[in-house]
Ligand binder design. Sequence first.
Ligand SMILES: [Zn+2]
Length: 332
Amino acid sequence: MRRVWCVWWGVVIGVVLGVVGVLLLAATIKALTLKDIDYQEGALDLGPVEDLPEWYLKGLPELMAASLRIATVSTAPGQYDTEALLKFHEFLREEFPGVFNSSFITTEVVNEYSLLFTIQGSNSSLQPYLLMSHLDVVPVVRDKWEHDPFAGEIIPDPITGEEYIWGRGAIDDKTGVMGIIMALNYLTLTDFQPTRTFYVAFGHDEELGSFVLHHRYMVRTGAKHIAKLMDERNVTLEFVLDEGVPILEGALKGAGFPLAAIGVTEKGWMMVKLEVEGEGGHSSMPPHNSAVSRLASAIYRLETHPQHPCLVQVPKLIYSLILHPRHHGPTN
Ligand SMILES: [Zn+2]
């Protein structure tokens, strides 16, 4: 997304991301009757957002804006700004010392630049869950931005006067990082140890797929490295909650109302390496069907034969619920 910003209140809402998000997901999973578990047992009841003290809420928009001033840009596999990532770690340590010094939170730097937090619950018989976000952002085309994408400015809208935080990462996905860590910080300030253990993983190269190629082999980095580490530790999770899609209007034909979709899967991708061998020769006598043209036609065939789209069971169920006349929301 090129124009990325979020409102002040978006930040406030972000504070309870880890709470409300978990409850929402729990409710959804339960509604789909995938598993009958009482998620309330491990839920964090902090009360409604307006109960948060004013002194705490006041500083949050500025902290969110400050997080955007550290340009943790990922450019190509294995190419990310290591200095900015370490600076971002430092920023989190300085602004949220309670999280890093808590008696029930363990912090680990994984794969040099990613972060893994373990929030130890009081009841270890409950299966833990995982909240995820990522520290890196995609590059910018500077002249397409109305405001400096790395200045982290809070700017009022000229017409409505409503204030917006501008910057690369405001939506994807420092809002997730900051929302989660602000919520963790609030737990430590109120000395609220949750019942259920949970993990928080901030990968450093999500925008690059969390891998590098090393002599043709894929080496897991960032979030994939964290997944490997958790697997080695025999951690099994009740569920994972990662970044999602924004509230969309007009994205689904027939739904005349804004949709807050819960992503339950992600479209995959494939990397293919094609090799062609041919006879050498002189350019004055080119062969009829050279290696280059055979390679080109193979690439063309790949491009013109995409996989057929299909709807699997869960999205099918969701769409049918959304489009059912009984579930139509207000259309004005
Ligand atoms: Zn993202």
